[in-house]
Design a protein around this ligand. Structure first.
Ligand SMILES: Nc1nc2c(c(=O)[nH]1)N[C@H]1C(S)=C(S)[C@@H](COP(=O)(O)O)O[C@H]1N2
Ligand SMILES: [Mo]
Length: 196
């Protein structure tokens, strides 16, 4: 993947940790993943069911709105598009909200994204990464274990929900956690869309 620094960003070799609130403590017995909203059939996946979905490895670039960019990190995860095979969407679904843990609530954090931008190999729910010794390792809880989203690099990394709990399908775009506080709905780092 090409290495292009978006305007106002600097390159970081390290992978910083950034989130609000405490770190989610994984418990397989209570963990599940919910597909809901504008769907004909709501789906609830257990951890085992989610982890049996097809996975792939992608090497991606990450751009945080606080100005660090990290290039060339390899992740293993389930492509977003695999989840689309499990639900029948209502007509006119164009956006999603990806939910995750915040402050005791598994659905306390969310970020909105346009559905059609999430169909490629650079749009993954990840659980493993190639660490600084170039060895495969489980994600650290602070980075979102057991599962976190990594968006395409045409979105700032706040759209990469950690400790994910589900996807809500929507006809109209709706603001998520940071978007409600004034951050950009579209959030393209290469257009420097930080705020709205
Ligand atoms: N659940 C949750 N996901 C989150 C956040 C958060 O506060 N809570 N912060 C976001 C922000 S602003 C960034 S930059 C990335 C940081 O991911 P990292 O800590 O793995 O670098 O997580 C995103 N996902
Ligand atoms: Mo961020």
């Amino acid at each position: 993947m090409e290495k292009q620094l978006p305007p106002g960003q600097f390159e970081s070799e390290k992978w910083p940790i950034l989130h609000v609130g405490d770190v989610y403590q994984f418990d397989e017995a209570t963990w599940n993943f919910r597909l809901f909203g504008e769907v004909k059939n709501e789906v609830l996946l257990t951890y085992r069911e989610f982890m049996s979905l097809p996975t792939r490895v992608s090497t991606v670039n990450m751009h945080c709105v606080t100005t660090w960019s990290k290039f060339g990190t390899s992740f293993e995860g389930v492509p977003f598009r695999e989840l689309l095979n499990l639900v029948e969407l209502e007509d006119g679904v164009n956006y999603v909200q990806i939910y995750g843990y915040y402050d005791g609530d598994r659905f306390g954090y969310n970020a909105n994204l346009p559905l059609k931008e999430l169909l490629g190999d650079d749009s993954l729910f990840v659980f493993r990464w190639k660490d600084k010794h170039n060895e495969w390792a489980d994600l650290d809880p602070k980075h979102g274990f057991p599962l976190r989203f990594i968006p395409p690099e045409t979105f700032y990394l706040w759209k990469g929900t950690k400790w994910v709990s589900g996807i809500r399908f929507m006809k109209e775009d709706e603001a998520g956690f940071w978007e409600e506080m004034g951050y950009s709905m579209t959030a393209n780092p290469f257009k420097e869309e930080r705020y709205r």
